[in-house]
Write a protein that binds this ligand. Structure first.
Ligand code: UD1
Length: 365
């Protein structure tokens, strides 16, 4: 059985790593990795392959940046010949980035089976590009692997046949569990005893300059009291422009380049509170039991709120500052349960389904 894994953007790399590793243990499974090149900076891509001990991709489509239409179309155009030449039996796509939907579309049109890892998540907010990618990918996929029960319910409601849907658990947590000891060792002596860890990159936060200014001002205020560590995503770096300079000069705020996986995970384990708009970080903080304040009105990962440490602060900056304060003085939310099947074994369940389906197909002739 030949399996093609398609990845393109930073959060995909932590998800593909455990699936590749587990499938390697099955005789008769031949696999290759296509990197679309959606993310291409060393510290947004290569360093993840190195740290996660994933071999360099077999094919790199080198699409680079562009508008959504350009990027999606370019991935499709460059991916199609690879699929036609290599003829995989199954293409696995990950998460909700443009690379995910582009590859799924190519395969659906060619009649090649698609598996979606991290299926079924919904923010119910179609102004998010990722929500469009999730909806379309899940309609096209033949095998859908969900990280939590809410994903199954969403898919059933959208008319996806339940036989295609498999509750597998969270592959990102597989990687976290494996890498946690190494991540803890990266924490250097200059990391403050107590600090606020910040990441922001969603268009809804960083492309709206008025709102970004207000948010940065609030962070600068927080930095007066407690150190703020802020690894800056390339998209955010562009939007910061001149404001970045004054922010970098603000007392208590440490702006830095995007961090490698282990270093960032190490910081998460030690953070007093995390402020973010990332999806994956909502999950990682829930697993680690670290308070997380999400600067969004909604989340496609509701279990991080109902079971975990996540709180949506939306655009309420007073709430953000109050909740940071509560976390710093120890009166923040303590409730945290790790969601079912976020146990480090999701990739094993995914591999078992894939290989089981292949065996069943052979039996049916
Ligand atoms: C993408 C995903 C988002 C995910 C995020 C993780 C989509 C629609 N969005 O957003 O879901 O949370 O990745 O990081 O797929 N850039 C660089 N170097 C790079 C990559 C990007 O400088 O290696 C710059 C480019 O100028 C580009 C901008 O960052 O225009 C945004 O990159 P893009 O891939 O379009 O989306 P992200 O914002 O990274």
């Amino acid at each position: 059985m030949k399996i093609c894994h398609v990845v393109g953007a930073r959060p995909n790399f932590m998800k593909v790593a455990p699936v590749l590793r587990v499938l390697r243990g099955y005789a008769g499974v031949d696999q290759f990795v296509v990197h679309t090149g959606q993310h291409y900076d060393f510290n947004m891509s290569d360093v993840f392959f190195q740290q996660l001990e994933v071999a360099p991709p077999d094919v790199n489509l080198q699409v680079g940046s562009g508008s959504h239409a350009q990027q999606t179309a370019e991935i499709m155009t460059r991916f199609e010949p690879v699929v036609l030449q290599r003829r995989p039996d199954l293409v696995l796509v990950y998460g909700d980035v443009n690379s995910t939907v582009a590859a799924a579309l190519v395969c659906a049109k060619l009649g090649i089976a698609v598996g979606h890892v991290e299926a079924g998540l919904r923010s119910f907010d179609r102004s998010m590009p990722e929500e469009i990618n999730r909806l379309v990918t899940d309609q096209l996929a033949d095998l859908l692997f969900t990280p939590s029960e809410d994903g199954n319910a969403n898919l059933v409601r959208e008319g996806v046949s339940p036989e295609k849907v498999h509750l597998a658990g969270n592959v990102m947590i597989d990687t976290l569990v494996r890498m946690l000891p190494a991540a803890r060792q990266t924490v250097t002596a200059d990391v403050p005893e107590r600090f606020v860890l910040v990441t922001l990159h969603r268009p809804s936060n960083v492309d709206d300059s008025e709102w970004l200014d207000e948010l940065l001002e609030a962070l600068a205020g927080i930095g007066q009291e407690t150190p703020v560590l802020f690894p800056v995503h390339p998209r955010t770096r562009q939007q910061l422009g001149a404001r970045g300079k004054s922010l970098a000069g603000a007392r208590g705020i440490r702006l830095m380049d995007p961090l490698p996986y282990l270093q960032f995970l190490g910081l998460q384990t030690r953070a007093t509170v995390v402020v973010t708009d990332s999806g994956g970080i909502q999950e990682e903080t829930t697993f680690l039991g670290v308070p997380c304040l999400t600067v969004r009105e909604n989340t496609e990962r509701p279990v991080t709120v109902t079971m975990g440490t996540n709180l949506l602060v939306g655009r309420d900056l007073q709430k953000l500052c109050d909740e940071v304060e509560r976390a710093l003085n120890g009166s923040g939310r303590k409730k945290s349960v790790v969601p079912p099947l976020w146990d480090g074994h999701a990739a094993e369940r995914i591999a078992a389904v894939i290989v089981g389906e292949a065996v069943a197909a052979i039996a049916q002739g």
